[in-house]
Design a protein around this ligand. Structure first.
Ligand code: GCU
Ligand code: CA
Length: 138
């Protein structure tokens, strides 16, 4: 099962404000990133082993314009994610992404590429694929 990392809970970093004025969030709030390319949110996750991991990013974007962000894993940008409009700021949706991670601690940052900044971000869910047990010779 994935582990949920709330954007308002340390060691997550929200460059902006933790707000709770739009209903439907998990935990005690969500990250309202500063409306600038500097307004990132970063999560620290722990992987039991290196490999492919699945991310679920829950967000809301109450505008009609996408709020793209770089997906930055351990300091390297691995893709750009669009974060389309969701209709209203209290309409949350989850985007599923796949990344490669190291064993142990990893940072996962969403770094906005436009001056409008990030969509509001509620949480990151993280799950690394397990290594199947070795086949036993009969
Ligand atoms: C509104 C909204 C915020 C949102 C912001 C934005 O102020 O209340 O939750 O983050 O717009 O455009 O980024
Ligand atoms: Ca904002």
């Amino acid at each position: 099962a994935p582990t949920r990392h709330e954007a308002e809970t340390s060691p997550a970093v929200c460059v902006g404000t933790v707000d709770s004025n739009w209903a439907g969030f998990s935990g005690s709030g969500f990250c309202n990133g500063a409306n600038s390319t500097s307004g990132y949110v970063q999560f620290t996750v722990t992987a039991a082993n290196a490999g492919t991991a699945t991310l679920g990013v829950r967000f809301a974007n109450g505008t009609t314009t996408a709020r793209p962000a770089g997906l930055v894993v351990n300091g390297a940008t691995v893709q750009t994610v669009s974060f389309e409009g969701t209709g209203t700021w209290d309409a949350w949706t989850t985007k599923t992404l796949t990344v490669n991670v190291n064993a142990g601690s990893n940072t996962i940052r969403l770094s906005p590429t436009t001056a409008t900044g990030l969509a509001n971000v509620d949480y990151l869910e993280f799950e690394v694929g397990g290594t199947p047990p070795p086949t036993t010779a009969l």
